[in-house]
Design a protein around this ligand. Structure first.
Ligand code: ATP
Ligand code: MG
Ligand code: FE
Length: 340
């Protein structure tokens, strides 16, 4: 079964074709970063309009690269939430119309289920995690620990009470003068910082529980930056200490979550999953425990169409699909998803 996947939840237009027999056939991504950079953040109306402009050309390009005609599509998967309502509606409208015209099924995919299943897209079957496992979802809008009892059955173990980890990276970068979106740039700078020059707290690790809070760190950084000489070295040193605080906090809570869930497999997904220090730290933790940790390739940590095509393909293959209505859910609880 060849499934066309469409992602338009935020500022990336992603399209892919996943074949349930042959794997990923093609994928393409268009990022709106340059469009929003001028405003220092995503402007929802501009995002919707740019998805309108880019989605059809990207679908044509992806089908061409997969060596397929439109009529070869067996099903369509699209992100129906969570995300920006206008942006989601563009993808949902195109996906539903295409499925209607082709008389093929279409399925609404939960964006975070897409992120969560992205490590299962990797070619090496030995590298693919199997439930039960614990998933750490760390993206621009979410920081969640989830017990995955089976694909499609998700239990929330803990989440952030304020900023998401990626959001904390972006806001911290911004307040030290880095251009939008600052997260990856802050991480690159951290590599040039001196370890131990600054130290920030590991929020909410000195009491039990699996929730997170990252907004206080931002204030700590603001004060440190204000009181520094604001040199390039100070920026790098603060970036380093900030990254260490976030990475340590995530690692401590992941270990607790594995203990709480009684399993030894950890899956990490979402944009912050591309962070090199986080990957190293969690690998070391897993090795020490005799367990394992899986990540998507860095390009599939951030938003992409491949993860949506894949998540949708699993559900379509199980016979699930929606009716013809174009519906999206800007807020959508993953625990309400039907089991596979
Ligand atoms: P959500 O998936 O929660 O709706 P989103 O789709 O905007 O949010 P993603 O695309 O998964 O989020 O990830 C983007 C986030 O990842 C940004 O906040 C970005 O700063 C962060 N990010 C990307 N690369 C890195 C990195 N190497 N280190 C730290 N953060 C990173
Ligand atoms: Mg994005
Ligand atoms: Fe995302």
């Amino acid at each position: 079964m060849k499934v066309l996947g469409i992602e338009t939840s935020c500022d990336e237009t992603g399209v892919a074709v996943y074949d349930t027999r042959e794997g990923l056939l093609a994928h393409a991504l268009y990022s709106q970063i340059a469009l929003h950079a001028e405003y220092g953040g995503v402007v929802p109306e501009l995002a919707s309009r740019d998805h309108v402009r880019k989605l059809l050309p990207l679908i044509r390009q992806t089908l061409y690269e997969a060596g397929m005609a439109v009529a070869d599509i067996d099903g369509v998967a699209y992100t129906a939430g969570p995300g920006l309502v206008g942006a989601l509606l563009v993808g949902a409208g195109v996906a539903r119309s295409l499925a209607w015209a082709l008389d093929k099924p279409a399925i609404a995919v939960h964006h975070m289920e897409g992120h969560l299943l992205a490590p299962l897209l990797e070619d090496d079957p030995l590298g693919r995690p199997e439930p039960p496992f614990v998933a750490l979802l760390v993206s621009g809008g979410h920081t969640q620990l989830i017990a995955v009892d089976a694909i499609g059955s998700y239990r929330l173990l803990g989440e952030t009470l304020d900023d998401a980890a990626g959001e904390a990276f972006d806001k911290t970068a911004k307040l030290m003068g880095l251009p939008y979106p600052g997260g990856p740039q802050l991480a690159a700078l951290a590599g040039q910082g001196v370890a131990g020059a600054y130290r920030f707290p590991r929020p909410m690790t000195n009491r039990p529980g699996l929730d997170f809070s990252f907004s206080g760190l931002k204030t700590q950084v603001m004060l440190a930056w204000r009181d520094s000489d604001q040199s390039d070295q100070a920026r790098a040193d603060i970036a380093r200490a900030f990254e260490e605080a976030v990475v340590d906090t995530l690692a401590i809570k992941c270990e607790r979550a594995l203990e709480a869930a009684g399993c030894e497999t950890l899956v990490v997904a979402g944009g912050v999953g591309a962070n090199v220090r986080l990957r190293e730290k969690l690998q070391a933790m897993a090795a020490r425990r005799g367990g394992r940790v899986s990540f998507p390739r860095p390009a599939f940590c951030t938003d992409n169409g491949a993860m949506i095509a894949f998540a949708g393909a699993l559900r379509l293959q199980a016979g699930q699909h929606g009716d013809a209505s174009v519906q999206v859910w800007p807020r959508w609880d993953m625990a309400t998803l039907p089991a596979l």
